[in-house]
Design a protein around this ligand. Structure first.
Ligand code: FES
Length: 170
């Protein structure tokens, strides 16, 4: 992996090269790379004069950060009780088949990461999955290929399938 020095400097400049903005800097790096590459963290350590082990302490403390490569789209499947009862396992199976990966894995093109989460707080819409910031409620296994295909093609998901915060599926 090549380190994009220009990008790192742009992010550091945005945060005025300040050590006390380390979390914000790491967030921006994660947004760009979808994880925190070791080589980039080494550069941050050099620029900010923070020991690498201290950066790792922060990176491993917050669950939002990942040290492993993640897909551009992170799919979370709710495994809470309501979603479990309403067929989360079937939806999980459909996702695994469609993506060719198991729960906890990322596909080789770094397009999708599939992970499980506990209750997402919208149990009335069970079973629920999220894809990055998008929420899908009352998902049925047979809808999965169509939903995934749209992300692969970079199309916008229509309101008939997507539930936005505060909304409900028509
Ligand atoms: S159990 Fe899935 S949203 Fe609550």
């Amino acid at each position: 992996m090549e380190v994009n020095t220009e990008l790192i400097e742009k992010i550091l400049k945005k945060w005025q090269y300040r050590k006390d903005f380390l979390i914000e800097i790491l967030q921006d790096i994660q947004d760009e790379y979808h994880y925190l590459p070791r080589l980039v963290l080494m550069e941050i350590s050099r620029y900010l004069e923070i020991p690498l082990n201290q950066i790792y302490e922060v990176a491993t403390y917050y669950k939002a950060f990942s040290l492993e490569p993640k897909g551009k789209f992170q799919i979370s499947i709710c495994k809470g009780t309501a979603c479990h009862v309403r067929g989360a396992a079937t939806v999980q199976g459909a996702l695994e088949r469609e993506l060719g990966i198991k729960l906890g894995e990322t596909d080789k093109n770094l397009e999708f990461t599939l992970e499980a989460v506990r209750c997402l707080g919208c149990c009335g819409l069970a079973p629920v999955i999220t894809i990055n910031q998008d929420v899908f409620g009352k998902v049925e296994a047979n809808e999965i290929p169509r939903i995934i295909e749209k992300y692969r093609k970079g199309q916008t998901i229509t309101a008939s399938t997507k539930v936005t915060s505060g909304g409900s599926r028509p």
